[in-house]
Design a protein around this ligand. Structure first.
Ligand code: NAP
Length: 444
């Protein structure tokens, strides 16, 4: 029996788990090509998970095993689905196509002045410090007095921590050297983190907040008055042990008070951003109390990061639910209304929205793989796919410089060498042309 051929779009956690689970759980032979638009694998683990969270990042070792040691699994980096190879071509060349392409767009606040210079989606900031090849190395300058982060999820805490770390702490990560230098020269001494609801409804986890308290270069300022809960917050805390744990840690932070450290991270709760107003080189942010909109205040700032969640981007030819920013599906089968698009599936954030930790994607990918295997079984495991060499030839004919696994390993070696040259662990190469050169696939 010839192997069934599967294309997975995206090599982040959900795509990598799909490749792993498909090969582990299928009783008949399957070959999996994992397409990745970047020259490097691992998506959100490489470019989203905070650089100071090496333990979470170390999951890449088990994903690497899938690419390196599983017969029939291939990595095809630097291939843009949609232009280098279209959805129709994927469907013609593979038995199954799985979109695991993540949520790549920052949500907006929808308030006046959001387009002003100095207001950014947090993803732009994260991409910059993570050395994402689509981000200009000088995208942020960090010369202001007060930075504002809107939203109280784990991504907001990641951004706040990065702004508070010492250069020494950052040099222990894979953040590119010139970006460490920009952080080292940062003049931001106050970072205000704004929650639209009360502290009982903060979305970040207690573990992450404790970690922030452990950063010894910054104060964490919680106003004790914010911890006097109204009835709604009290009811939520009574019902939710996680909220109670977090409130207890807030109380400890409030008690610790201000220690006079280099940087202060100040939390403001119950504040709704109303508008941004240009104010010379700075910005004025107008806020209203969420519980009493008649009470307003302003904050002067030079840098605003909107950290209010992500959304997926629409994919040509697939039904998109604009409200949730996901591809519509029935049990992971892409579906337009009630009608299933044969052979096309979704996994991860593009399927369920941007929630959960890396491991959540294993369960999500497992549901997708279950639906795929059920359908293949119902179809009697007959393949209509073309051979791997046909896809390779198609890409070659279009001049696509595919980064395969061996090429990625060469790129990774260059990152070790770049780190060694400055007395550090591996540091990311961030320039796409340099990455392709290091991978040995650059033109000429
Ligand atoms: P998130 O957890 O959904 O937090 C979004 C925040 O934005 C919430 O505080 C939300 O407030 C607020 N918000 C939404 N719309 C707003 C508006 N119009 N105005 C003001 N505030 C608004 O999203 P995230 O931080 O982007 O994280 C995404 C996922 O990745 C989460 O599951 C997170 O746990 C995970 N993650 C985990 C880690 C980790 O484990 N270390 C690190 C990073 C990310 P409301 O609650 O009021 O809506």
């Amino acid at each position: 029996m010839s192997a069934l051929r599967v294309a997975v779009i995206g090599s982040g956690p959900s795509g990598s788990y799909c490749a792993q689970l498909l090969t582990e759980e299928s009783e008949s032979p399957v070959e999996v090509d994992v397409f990745e638009r970047l020259p490097a694998p691992f998506g959100l683990v490489r470019y989203g998970v905070a650089p100071d969270h090496p333990r979470v990042k170390s999951i890449t070792a088990s994903f690497a095993e899938v690419f390196e040691e599983t017969p029939g699994v291939r990595f095809l980096g630097n291939v843009q689905v949609g232009s280098d190879i279209t959805l129709d071509e994927l469907r013609a060349n593979y038995d199954v196509v799985v979109f695991a392409s993540g949520a790549q767009v920052d949500r907006n606040l929808g308030i006046p002045g959001e387009e002003l210079r100095g207001v950014h989606g947090v993803r732009e900031f994260v991409s910059w410090y993570q050395g994402h090849p689509d981000s200009a190395s000088d995208a942020f300058a960090l010369n202001g007095n007060r930075a504002v982060i809107i939203g109280v999820g784990n991504v907001a805490l990641d951004a706040a921590r990065m702004l508070a770390h010492t250069p020494e702490a950052l040099r222990a990560t894979d953040v590119p050297e010139h970006i460490v230098d920009t952080f080292a020269a940062s003049t931001y001494r106050e970072i205000v983190v704004i929650g639209r609801r009360g502290p009982a409804f903060a979305k970040f986890t207690n573990k992450e907040f404790i970690e922030l308290l452990e950063v010894d270069s910054c104060d964490v300022i919680i106003d004790p008055a914010d911890l006097e809960l109204d009835a709604q917050q009290q009811a939520h805390a009574d019902a939710d042990p996680a909220a109670r744990r977090l409130l207890a840690t807030f109380a400890k932070a409030a008690e610790r008070g201000v220690l006079g450290r280099d940087t202060a991270i100040r939390f403001l709760f119950d504040r709704t951003p109303v508008e941004f107003i240009a104010n010379g080189p700075a910005l004025t942010l107008r806020l209203a109390k969420t519980s009493d909109p008649n009470v307003t205040e302003t904050l002067e700032t030079e840098l605003v990061l909107r950290s209010v969640g992500y959304r997926g981007a629409a994919i040509d030819g697939l039904p998109f639910d604009a409200a949730s920013g996901t591809i519509a599906h029935l049990d992971s089968r892409v579906a337009d209304g009630g009608s299933v698009l044969h052979g096309v599936y979704v996994a991860g954030w593009i399927k369920r929205g941007p929630t959960g930790v890396v491991g959540t994607n294993r369960r999500c990918a497992s549901e997708t793989v279950t639906s795929i295997l059920e359908d293949l079984t119902a179809q009697g495991w007959t393949s209509t796919a073309t051979a791997a060499a046909d896809v390779d030839e198609l890409l070659r004919s279009r001049g696509v410089r595919v980064v395969d696994w061996a090429a990625w390993r060469a790129l990774e070696q260059a990152e070790y060498a770049a780190g060694e040259a400055v007395g550090r662990e591996p540091v990311k190469l961030h320039d796409r042309a340099e990455m392709l050169r290091a991978a040995g696939v650059a033109a000429g």
